[in-house]
Write a protein that binds this ligand. Structure first.
Ligand SMILES: NCCCC[C@H](NC(=O)[C@@H](N)CCCCN)C(=O)O
Length: 493
């Protein structure tokens, strides 16, 4: 186990000790993530236009949308990203991730422009990447997929590598600047800003696209511009980070990296509890988001626009509450309890969508469930991510975040497909997309919540036994305490 990352600074107070400086660093990191979250969902509200202008049917859109985690999951890019982060540090990895996002985003943009439609690349892609729809074809490509959707998927999977790399880097950056201070609050603010990005896109993308002449690629162009600004934010952050390093406040780097370090993380039972809780919880949130609008339309007989307005409060509600919960965690702790409480709320909401909403068709009940789900989506992330540094040796924190993200991405990749199949199987003969019954898919989401809840109890019990400090305020479970735990564990072994 490592000792504290704060080393004596002969030049006076280190930059991270100054409130304005660490919050400026956070503003730069959070802005880049805000722009990344905008890009992730930029095409979500434009499905109709994509069909009209580029010929993407729902299958093509679904394959494009699901392509983001592909390289991270199947080419293990996230694992490499964690190793790069632990070896090269926050500054290098942040700029690299920003550049990868810009490259992938630009390709994605080019794919949806009119210029691409008329190019030789389009002809090439129309004739290639026509993979059969067989069980082994885990790629987003299939025979007959529009060329623009193929290239957009390639761009989106490259973007996905940058976005997830940025996610782990920003988490490690926040640990570097805020450890022993308002760390959970800072992570909460960062995630709240990201949620606002999702809400902005739902409203903003259709408005930008519908400026005459109506053009589906225009919002993507703006989003790429924002990614470039995000890269500039990361570069600017790099100067602050360098200054901090020069003051002796260097992050612990894993030098040289050894594969057995990953093994060390994988052997920790507490790591598996956190990672499995994460994949189960997030699999019932992000994939649910993809179906939520249609579920609301089917249950309430709403238009897509009205259903979108109801669902709009979900990310905004989460954004409003997350920083307060982060602050609560810093001050009072109770991280494991928050995870349990968040899972309970999620189960209740999904069961409400499964049984009560279709039976009552009540807008009030639906709105209440959406708000409560937003609170759940604040409780779990606010407690989960700041708890990781309490469990893992600081110099392996990048790899630990990366492994958790990787396991989470497997769920994010698989669940939209699982839910799609469950939806079709539980609605035999239904072809009208407004007539689906969502009871069984919602029960699947609720059962993820039940499994996450059980893991939450197990986590709390293991924490009570081993004293990781999950229930303690952030600054209490410091490195000295981790060292004691580490020593106790080595004695047990
Ligand atoms: N500093 C970031 C903490 C994680 C925030 C978390 N995001 C994720 O878990 C991403 N791996 C998944 C994003 C999926 C979007 N395509 C969050 O709560 O958003």
């Amino acid at each position: 186990m490592t000792t504290s990352n704060i080393k004596a600074n002969p030049l006076g107070a280190a930059l991270c000790e100054k409130k304005w400086a660490r919050w400026t660093a956070l503003a730069l990191l959070a802005s880049a993530m805000f722009f990344a979250y905008i890009f992730v969902d930029i095409l979500s509200p434009l499905q109709e236009l994509l069909q009209e202008q580029r010929g993407w049917d729902p299958v093509a859109y679904g394959h494009f949308a699901g392509s983001e985690p592909f390289l991270n999951v199947f080419v293990f890019f996230l694992i490499f990203a964690g190793i790069i982060l632990d070896k090269m540090g926050v500054r290098f990895t942040a700029v690299l991730s920003g550049a990868v996002m810009v490259a992938g985003g630009s390709l994605n943009y080019y794919a949806v422009t009119q210029g691409f439609q008329d190019s030789a690349v389009a002809v090439f892609l129309t004739e290639n990447l026509n993979l059969p729809s067989a069980w082994w074809n885990v790629t987003p490509f299939y025979a007959g997929m529009p060329a623009s959707a193929k290239l957009a998927a390639i761009g989106f999977m490259i973007f996905g590598c940058g976005a997830e790399m940025a996610g782990i880097t920003v988490s490690r950056g926040i640990v570097k600047w805020f450890k022993g201070k308002e760390m959970a609050l800072a992570m909460g603010v960062e995630m709240a800003i990201a949620r606002v990005g999702v809400a902005v896109v739902v409203v903003g993308a259709p408005v930008i696209a519908s400026i005459v002449p109506v053009e589906v690629s225009r919002p993507v162009a703006y989003a790429v511009l924002l990614l470039i600004i995000g890269l500039i934010c990361f570069i600017t952050y790099g100067f602050m980070d360098k200054k901090l390093d020069s003051q002796g406040v260097q992050e612990e780097k894993d030098d040289p990296f050894r594969v057995r370090d990953i093994g060390k993380i994988l052997r920790l039972p507490i790591f598996w509890l956190v990672a499995l809780l994460c994949v189960l919880y997030y699999s019932a949130i992000f994939p649910f988001q993809k179906y939520a609008i249609n579920m609301l339309q089917c249950n309430l007989q709403f238009s897509a626009k009205d259903a979108g307005l109801v669902f709009f409060i979900f990310p905004l509600g989460a954004a409003a509450v997350t920083p307060f919960l982060g602050h609560y965690l810093d001050k009072y702790g109770k991280g494991a309890t928050m995870l349990i409480f968040g899972a309970v709320l999620m189960i209740l909401c999904h069961l409400t969508f499964a049984f009560i909403v279709p039976a009552t068709q009540s807008v009030i009940v639906t709105l209440t469930a959406v708000v409560v789900l937003g609170i759940s989506f604040a409780l779990v992330p606010a407690a989960l991510w700041p708890s990781v540094p309490k469990l893992i040796d600081e110099k392996l924190i990048g790899s630990a975040y990366a492994l958790i993200f990787w396991i989470q991405n497997i769920g994010l990749y698989a669940f939209p497909m699982i839910i799609g199949s469950v939806l079709v199987a539980s609605n035999p003969g239904v072809t009208d997309p407004m007539k689906y019954n969502y009871t069984v898919p919602m029960c699947v989401f609720a059962s993820c919540g039940v499994a996450a809840l059980l893991l939450g109890f197990a986590l709390k019990a293991l924490d009570a036994k081993k004293g990781y400090g999950l229930e303690k305020p952030n600054h209490v479970a410091d490195d000295a305490e981790k060292e004691l735990i580490g020593a106790a564990e080595s004695m047990e072994e």
